[in-house]
Design a protein around this ligand. Sequence first.
Ligand SMILES: Nc1nc2c(ncn2[C@@H]2O[C@H](COP(=O)(O)OP(=O)(O)OP(=O)(O)O)[C@@H](O)[C@H]2O)c(=O)[nH]1
Ligand SMILES: [Mg+2]
Length: 446
Amino acid sequence: MTQRSQKERKTDGEALQGAILVGAGEDRQLEELARLSETLGLEVIGKLEQGRRDGAGYLGRGKREELGGLVGVTGAEFVVSDDELSASQARVLEKAAGVPVVDRTLLIIRIFEAHARDAASRLEVELAELTYRLPRVRGGYKALSRLGGGGVTTRGPGEQQLEYDRRVIRQRMERIRKRLAEEKAAREVRGARLKKEGPPSVVLVGYTNAGKTTILNTLSGESRSTADRLFETLETTTRLVAGTVSGAAGNRANGTGSGSGEEAPGAVRPDFVLTDTVGFIRKLPTQLVHSFASTLEAARDADVVILCADAASEKLEEEIRTVEDTLAEAFSAEDGATWREVVLCLNKMDLLSGDRRRELASSYPDAVFISAKRDATGPLLGAINDALARSRVRVRLLIPHSEYGAVGGLYGRAEIHDREDTEEGLKLDVTLSKPQARRYAHYRTA
Ligand SMILES: Nc1nc2c(ncn2[C@@H]2O[C@H](COP(=O)(O)OP(=O)(O)OP(=O)(O)O)[C@@H](O)[C@H]2O)c(=O)[nH]1
Ligand SMILES: [Mg+2]
């Protein structure tokens, strides 16, 4: 247990909102909860943990009493729980604590709300918030209005919004779902156009704060916002990374790590489009799954997926697994996972000791090791290039006369080695990306 008095917390005359973190059950991780809380401007001034989760009040009776005492001593304004609470659990805990209780789900929703920049992500967050609020309307769950109302975020709902009745909430949810469905359809049309004509696509996915946006900025010369906060990026962004002809990548190829695929001077690398996505987190609130729709679509449609991880994280292994599991779950309905090229990219190597680097190199023999902040992304470019080459296959197709229209989809992206008009139809010898080859699988011939 750690605690400090309220006086000590006041810096520069400005008091931060103090919070006490509580975690119950084996799957608790208060360090990450602390980072989430700090991202929202709360200051962690105490922690309480328990190995077993209590059905009625999340913490057991004894721990609840302890919590009440701790709130009194520290003058905390919030209690933050590491798991989502039911309305009644929150009430029991709130009664014991004497201050509003914020659960992990609400905390993450508020972070998303504060960081959402474009219209679609705002709608997605609003939908998540309403989904969360619906079963809690009657309870008058205090934290809903208090957190975010006190300057933490300016867009948090005010008191009147609590008077929304369920019917109004449901109507609003319905309208948002419709708008999001329209957005998605528009995205698919845009995506289809890009796929048909554009260069190959590479997507960056990974745990929040892994450095995805930093990598995008380094590779594309952009300057999108990056920060040492969780969920900094809440929309997908796509940028062209121009290819290299003979050694133009020389200044980039000064990577720190070993790993495969260092970009050789003089290597010719084609253009590709690189997409930055929303980071994942463990115990992702189900209400926010919608917010990951465009991230998941981008990952599904890409020729190459870069799974980016913070090599300096103490929970590296778990963070990689969370991303893999989330993607696997999202794609479980499809057979796509096996044909996709995945490159594991361990970032922030500059923060590691030589020993730790060697250790990681042996635990992750197929990974590329980089430091995006130091501009050391050469090994990644090399690995992308190799993966793009691997992601293409040479096939023979026979397209019947009646289906000539299908040929149009090949131009631009397929490399056509040979074509022959025969009585059965058009015979093509082409190199395609694997996803494309899959779409044309029914035309394949020996
Ligand atoms: N030391 C070090 N820090 C890095 C490196 N790459 C990124 N960072 C820092 O890590 C933090 C997170 O970087 P971002 O690029 O915002 O991470 P992200 O994966 O886009 O995070 P979300 O958008 O929240 O999912 C920032 O403070 C970066 O400056 C690196 O190679 N070394
Ligand atoms: Mg980002």
